[in-house]
Design a protein around this ligand. Structure first.
Ligand code: SAH
Ligand code: SF4
Ligand code: F3S
Length: 449
């Protein structure tokens, strides 16, 4: 088997934390001389970085593996070998079972063992399977290398991983393990590396990012607010965001930064899951609807223009029409610029899977439709209200049309404008001319040549 200059193809599913992990895998395998390709057909090594959050997410992997089986067979007829790796949260949750269901898989590697991949690649022996779902002693973040490859203007940076909250519907505490915060020093080094590679906006990630409590520069625990303040000092870094926050960890200090630190963008993703206190209790969310609304009131008072986003689940076991109505009422009261809404999906091994009063699929679908109609309306209104405003846009890619470039407003809306690709990687003022349901169109205020 060849050992160098093999082509690697990485496909990421699920949350932004997987996107971050995939970038780091690409960096560390790149260091070892592997070459990343955007084409699965060209790949000697195929890595699927998987998500287990809902049943559909996990099943998607098996249909993809079905396609890869044919690809592997075709390549083998040409005398080419293909190594298939399942990484991420399905790997963690299902382990060996994946190889039983899909024998073409060569390696199964959980999210906390990803830094061992280069080693596993070197030691490959045809036909020998590797399954690693350990939570190793060593820190994957110490070993994940920083890279040199130029990056897009906006990047993710995992600052906190895992979760101790155990919401009764959720697999994350099992797939990612307990809550762990990285040190401020390590994060600053990584952030500086990102900025040196062209990054202008960093989105700090954590399953409960606002519960961050890593070792600070003075040896004491620092909060997310302090980490953000420190990171904001990096020259060349223009924007900071963080996600996902938990309502219980939304401190006054953190809320205050929406007014006090100009690099923090006026956007907050704060899942509320359900508007019914009864359901919130059954979900083990440890907050009420009123508690959530009080936080939103504080946030809006500090930053009236803020764009709010959320996650909502419909059809949690025991959810009545009235409970669902409470969810709709919460949405009407708060108003969101965007939101992610899901039908409750039974996850084996989580406490909610054993609740007797599961909601029939057709009711879940109906509720989701009703909710999404309301959310889409709110998103359309939010975008429409941007018309006529001048907003700073960070451009990060070219569009499909000639001379079209795309970027993001502070409120995380996508904007299309006519402009030179040379503007990609920097912030420019845009006059919003039209606000559609999913994106904005605008004109550069001072067209650059
Ligand atoms: N840590 C974040 C979210 C993690 S998962 C938080 O605490 O909010 C992202 C979203 O997926 C969750 O907010 C939830 O809305 C949804 N989700 C998680 N488990 C689910 C399940 N079993 N069924 C449906 N949606 C689920
Ligand atoms: Fe899952 Fe709840 Fe933890 Fe979020 S806080 S990752 S929903 S257990
Ligand atoms: Fe999915 Fe794992 Fe993220 S289950 S949502 S990829 S933490």
């Amino acid at each position: 088997m060849k050992t160098d200059k093999e082509n690697i193809f990485i496909k990421s599913y699920g949350c932004q934390m997987n996107v971050y992990d995939s970038t780091r895998m690409s960096d560390s395998l790149g260091h070892e001389g592997y070459n990343e390709t955007g084409q699965m057909d060209d790949a000697d090594i195929i890595i699927l970085n998987t998500c287990h959050i809902r049943e559909k997410a996990a099943e998607k992997i098996y249909s993809e593996l079905g396609r890869i089986r044919l690809l592997k067979q075709k390549r083998s007829e040409k005398g080419l070998e293909t190594t298939v790796v399942v990484a991420g949260c399905v790997a963690q949750a299902e382990g060996q079972e994946i190889i039983r269901r899909a024998p073409i898989v060569d390696m199964v590697v959980g999210p906390q063992s990803l830094h061992r991949l280069p080693e596993f690649m070197k030691q490959r022996v045809a036909g020998k399977k590797v399954v690693d779902t350990d939570f190793p002693e060593e820190d994957k973040f110490d070993i994940f290398s920083s890279g040199e490859k130029k990056l897009s203007a906006s990047a993710f940076l995992t600052v906190q991983e895992g979760c101790d909250k155990f919401c009764t519907f959720c697999v994350v505490p099992y797939t990612r393990g307990g809550e762990y915060s990285r040190s401020v020093a390590q994060l600053l080094t990584e952030a500086e590396n990102l900025v040196s590679r062209g990054v202008r906006e960093i989105n700090l990630l954590g399953q409960n990012v606002n519960a961050y409590h890593g070792e600070g520069l003075d040896g004491r625990d620092w909060s997310l607010a302090r980490l953000l303040e420190q990171m904001a000092q990096i020259d060349g870094l223009e924007r900071l965001r963080y996600t996902t926050s938990h309502p219980r960890e939304m401190t006054d200090e953190l809320i205050g930064l929406f007014a006090g630190q100009p690099k923090i963008m006026p956007y907050l993703h704060l899942p509320f899951q359900s508007g019914s206190d009864k359901i919130l209790k059954a979900m083990n969310r440890k907050h009420t609807g009123e508690f959530y609304r009080d936080i939103i009131a504080k946030v809006r008072k500090t930053c009236p223009s803020i764009a709010l986003s959320t996650d909502i689940i419909v059809g949690f076991p025991g959810e009545t029409d009235q409970d669902f109505e409470d969810t709709l009422e919460m949405v009407r009261k708060v108003t969101f610029s965007t939101a992610y809404s899901f039908k409750y999906s039974i996850r084996p091994g989580t406490p909610a899977a054993d609740i007797a009063q599961q909601i029939p699929e057709n009711i879940k679908s109906e509720r989701l439709q009703t909710l999404q109609a309301l959310l889409n309306q709110q998103q359309a209104n939010f975008n429409k209200n941007s018309e006529g405003k001048v907003l700073p846009v960070l451009f990060d890619r070219t569009g499909y049309k000639d001379q079209q470039i795309l970027g993001k407003t502070p409120y995380l809306q996508s904007v299309h404008v006519k402009g030179s690709p040379r503007l990609i990687g920097s912030v420019h003022d845009v006059l919003v001319t039209s606000g559609g349901p999913n994106s904005l169109e605008g004109d550069l205020v001072m067209p650059q040549t």
